[in-house]
Write a protein that binds this ligand. Structure first.
Ligand code: DOR
Length: 434
């Protein structure tokens, strides 16, 4: 089957491509790229007209490396099917799913279960395995077995690896497979019952504090151990100025370390907690303007490699508990691109090329996911964006099974309108094989 995508701005910073052209795709492979292709196709999408309007961009397929799909175990909150439907609608062609499931992703069996469930989907689902068995922080999980089954990294996400001893082993073993250890940097002896960033606001709102020091200390520990053992460290959801500086310094030293930031951490401050909306309760917590500015600086200067949303679905019942009891986490897939384009692109903080690097090229490189490139002969793995579409976040119309977002009602500028991958296209909500 042939499909023709016409009159889009093709942007691929990997090959310095930025031009208006047509793409002809045959059986899922890019057959031709030219200024004007007149060849017959089974389906033609003219991206300069119709309900798509103008300013459509085709980029290499976006990948989000920090997503909680909740399956197995909490299928009431999300499933591989609903989470990947959300990812498709949000413009992602790949996601990495975190292992804090029930049971945890700590064996080849669970990895295989996920792979089986994700077979045939437009979105590639890559599992991340735990560092320790059941994420209990007591003994190392079977990293080799999980690597063989296809995990793309190891993490006890939700908590940091419990001891320096275990992390040292984790780096030693994971380096045998050249896979990263993804760290949730938090010294839990400091955060204890904390639910929001420690500072003036936690005092004002009367909520137990969760100090930024907890993140900085573990980031420092992890970098020190990495320097000693070798291996690869990826720092998840960076939220503090201190962690940005630690990452910057470690990179300058030449260590094999990378990092990600979530849209909520460069969009919101802990002022948002004043409403006691439990959808603002997230771990690491929303921080101060100084931290937000440091994250943005880290994104600009390349210290922070990826934007990843930490999509964390929770049931309405649990999010209706009081702030101190409600679980940490907010959904993020379907607002990630809109927030990034609104807050970073339309404000001229980052160029479109830089955003594509952080949402497609870098995450794919760090986690060794399938390469996505807009080149003849390559598999069509594409994200189609409408940079200027203005839309309002409506939590009731999202594809995710959960609705725990603090962005309900926000007006955003920029949206994904389509994705192509695995010989499938999804365009304005309609998916079919090509
Ligand atoms: O807010 C969070 N929610 N942070 C985490 O580290 C885990 C996540 C979850 O799984 O709900």
């Amino acid at each position: 089957m042939k499909i023709l995508l016409k009159n889009a701005q093709l942007v691929d910073p990997q090959i310095k491509l930025n031009q208006v052209a047509d793409i002809l795709i045959k059986d899922g492979i890019i057959l031709k790229i030219d200024k004007s292709i007149s060849e017959n196709a089974d389906q033609v999408f003219d991206l300069s007209e119709g309900s798509f309007g103008k300013d459509k961009v085709i980029a290499p397929g976006f990948a989000d490396v920090h997503v909680h799909l909740r399956e197995p175990g909490r299928e009431d909150e999300e499933t591989i099917e609903s989470g990947t439907a959300a990812a498709t609608a949000a413009g992602f062609t790949a996601v990495c799913c975190m292992p804090n499931t029930e049971p945890a992703i700590d064996s080849a069996e669970v990895v295989t279960f996920i792979k089986e469930k994700a077979k045939g989907l437009l979105v590639d689902v890559h599992a991340i395995g735990t560092v320790t068995k059941k994420r209990e922080g007591k003994e190392l999980a079977f990293l080799g077995e999980m690597a063989e089954a296809g995990v793309v990294g190891f993490s006890d996400d939700g908590v940091a690896v419990s001891t320096s001893h275990l992390l040292k082993y984790a780096f030693e073993y994971s380096s045998m497979f050249d896979l990263p250890v993804i760290e949730h940097c938090e010294d839990s002896s400091l955060t204890a019952e904390g639910v929001m960033n420690e500072g003036l606001n936690s005092t004002k709102f009367g909520l137990p504090p969760h100090p930024s020091l907890a993140e900085d200390l573990i980031a420092l520990r992890d970098v020190a151990i990495l320097e000693y053992t070798g291996g690869r460290l990826h720092i998840a959801h960076i939220s503090t100025k201190g962690a940005v500086e630690i990452l910057r310094h470690a990179k300058k030293k030449g260590l094999n370390v990378t990092g990600e930031a979530a849209p909520h951490h460069f969009t919101l401050t802990d002022d948002a907690v004043k409403t006691y909306d439990t959808n603002t309760k997230v771990n690491p917590p929303l921080r101060t303007q100084e931290d937000v500015d440091a994250i943005i600086e880290g994104l600009i200067d390349g210290t922070i490699d990826c934007i990843a949303c930490d999509h964390a679905p929770h049931s309405i019942e649990e999010k209706e508990w009081e702030y101190i009891y409600s679980p940490f986490g907010m959904i993020g897939l379907e607002t990630s691109l809109g927030l990034t384009l609104t807050k970073l692109y339309h404000t001229k903080v980052l160029s479109l090329e830089e955003i594509i690097m952080k949402m497609s090229v870098n995450p794919r490189k760090i986690f060794k996911l399938a390469e996505a490139k807009i080149e003849v002969g390559k598999k069509a793995n594409l994200t189609i964006l409408d940079l200027n579409q203005i839309w309002t976040v409506d939590k009731f119309s999202l594809k995710s099974k959960s609705i725990n977002t603090p962005f309900h009602g926000w007006e955003l500028k920029g949206k994904a309108v389509g994705v192509v991958n695995n010989s499938k296209i999804c365009f304005e909500g309609k998916e079919f094989s090509i």
